[in-house]
Design a protein around this ligand. Structure first.
Ligand SMILES: [Zn+2]
Length: 209
């Protein structure tokens, strides 16, 4: 399952996996699990992250394939936000050549303005840390927390410039990946603007096709 930040991908991945009764995993879960177990792959990943580098594809792929093999015979699986790049998608295909590769690439499509509105509208209370959203859950008094009256502020990640940069990186990386799955005939795009239930139902329909 693929989708930009703000598309609700994590929520939908959990729902779809539950509806299909298949295990799901995100690469972040794998990094945390390997580090908690202090595996060789976990140590390699940690060294990269401590240097401020991205974890190389071959380490991520080995973690994913290990997880896939551990869940064989469970009727399938869902990868949440993986692969993230064309190189990872090609490596995943090579690794899965015997089992026929993946069946579907689901893409949650949300236009940039809507993503921007969702991501850049988040504010947090300086006193009690309660989040609110200027569009979906605006405070009763501008700039003040509904719960305690504290001042609201925006985290660095949520300011306009940071959001624009994050979305830019995502689309640049993902465009070739989406094209790769489109050419393979397995890409299914679902409109991610709607209710959580509506988007979830649309995703399940594309899996059942
Ligand atoms: Zn507060």
């Amino acid at each position: 399952m693929l989708g930009p930040p703000g598309a609700g991908k994590g929520t939908q991945a959990a729902r779809v996996a539950e509806s299909l009764s298949v295990p799901k995993v995100a690469s972040g879960d794998l990094f945390r699990d390997h580090q908690a177990r202090d595996t060789e792959l976990g140590r390699l990943a940690r060294t990269c992250m401590e240097r401020g580098d991205l974890v190389p594809d071959d380490i991520t792929i080995r973690m994913v394939m290990e997880w896939v093999e551990a869940h064989e015979g469970e009727g399938g699986f869902l990868l949440d936000g993986f692969p993230r790049t064309l190189a990872q998608a090609e490596a995943l295909d090579r690794e899965m050549v015997e089992s026929g590769g993946i069946d579907r690439a689901l893409y949650i499509n949300v236009n940039t303005e809507e993503l921007y509105r969702r991501l850049a509208g988040r504010w947090i209370c300086r006193s009690c840390q309660t989040p609110c959203h200027e569009h979906s859950s605006p405070p009763a008094v501008a700039g003040k927390c509904d719960r305690c009256g504290g001042d609201l502020y925006q985290r660095d990640d949520d300011n306009a410039e940071a959001v624009q940069k994050r979305l830019g990186v995502f689309f640049k990386e993902t465009e070739p990946l989406v094209q790769f799955y489109r050419e393979a005939g397995i890409l299914r795009e679902v409109d991610g603007v709607g209710t959580v239930d509506g988007v979830g139902a649309a995703l399940l329909e594309t899996v059942a096709e």
